[in-house]
Design a protein around this ligand. Structure first.
Ligand code: NAD
Length: 294
């Protein structure tokens, strides 16, 4: 009997703490597959972001089946690929590369990951008017998913107003119409007052960036609140929103569904996201010694 074996990995900068190796390898174990998932950290390898092209060539030569791609290479990698799946082409960003029949194909599972997490975690949520904080890499993927899901008006706010207007313009070119608008700091209260939901796509709330990304007084019980941050799963924003009675969605779903979609692309096997969600929760749970004493 031949056993299928897969060689995969992640290219990016500062990816030592990534949970992707564990998520992919634990899922592969449950399928009885041999799968190795290696981190190819640019900071460790000593190459700049542009060395992603060389890494793609080497990985193909060494027989890798696929690679995930993260900051700062999601756009740079495109010049080194043979083909793009439609979502990756539309967004202009790739987080998954598959090596197949001598060709390299780029996909974007951040978009599909957020969309699945949203549908699973906030079923039936009204999404006519949504406000999104953060117009960086994660924000671009999430905003694309939200317009594809049918949001009528997406207000995009960012500390860097040029980023917010750049993302809104790009979305309107891609989707047609003027469904995306840049929202200034002064316009944020009014925009949130009339919104169905708030999506948070900045690093605020991670251990290195604690706190709230906006004044708590701007939240109201009529909003659902969705996070992209997943370390911790319960950010200060989600805890505050829940206290107010808002429906909430943590960032773990997006992380898991993007990994599950990449796993399917790498192996052709159908992943089990519910089990992967349990893995993620265990992996990000605070160690016992870090918990406050009762
Ligand atoms: P980024 O640096 O590319 O973009 C962050 C943007 O947020 C910047 O444009 C910045 O100006 C803006 N910003 C920061 N604080 C703000 C505030 N309070 N209000 C308005 N704008 C603000 O970062 P990124 O790659 O987009 O990542 C953002 C977060 O998303 C990180 O915490 C990352 O871990 C997380 N992430 C999660 C997933 C997932 O699968 N759940 C995937 C990718 C990224």
């Amino acid at each position: 009997m031949t056993t299928c074996a897969y060689l995969t990995g992640l290219v990016g900068s500062g990816i030592g703490p990534s949970l992707s190796p564990e998520l992919h390898q634990r899922e592969a174990d449950r399928h009885g597959l041999r799968l190795l998932y290696r981190t190819l950290d640019l900071d460790v390898l000593g190459g700049g972001p542009e060395s992603v092209g060389e890494l793609i060539r080497v990985a193909r030569t060494l027989g890798f089946d696929g690679l995930n791609i993260t900051h700062p290479c999601k756009q740079l990698v495109i010049a080194h690929l043979d083909e793009l799946a439609p979502q990756a082409a539309a967004l202009g960003a790739v987080n998954t590369v598959v090596f197949r029949d001598g060709r390299t194909i780029g996909h974007n599972t951040d978009v599909t990951g957020f969309a699945q997490s949203f549908s699973r975690g906030l079923p039936g949520a009204a999404a006519h008017r949504v406000v999104q904080l953060g117009a960086g890499g994660a924000g671009a993927a999430v905003a694309h998913a939200l317009l594809a899901l049918g949001v009528d008006r997406l207000g995009v706010a960012d500390h860097d107003p040029a980023r917010a207007s750049g993302l809104a313009d790009a979305l309107n070119r891609r989707f047609g119409g003027r469904r995306a608008v840049a929202v200034t700091r002064a316009e944020l209260p009014g925009e949130l007052a009339g919104a169905d939901g708030l999506v948070h796509a900045t690093p605020t709330g991670m251990a290195a960036h604690p706190g709230l990304p906006l004044p708590a007084g701007l939240l109201h019980p009529g909003l659902w609140v969705a996070e992209v941050v997943y370390r911790p799963l319960d950010t200060e924003l989600l805890l505050t929103a829940r206290e107010l009675g808002c429906r909430t969605l943590d960032g773990g779903g997006m992380a898991v569904f993007q990994a599950a979609d990449a796993f399917r692309l790498f192996t052709g096997r159908e992943p089990h996201p519910e089990r992967m969600l349990e893995d993620l929760a265990a992996l990000v749970a605070p160690a016992r010694e870090d918990l406050p004493h009762a």
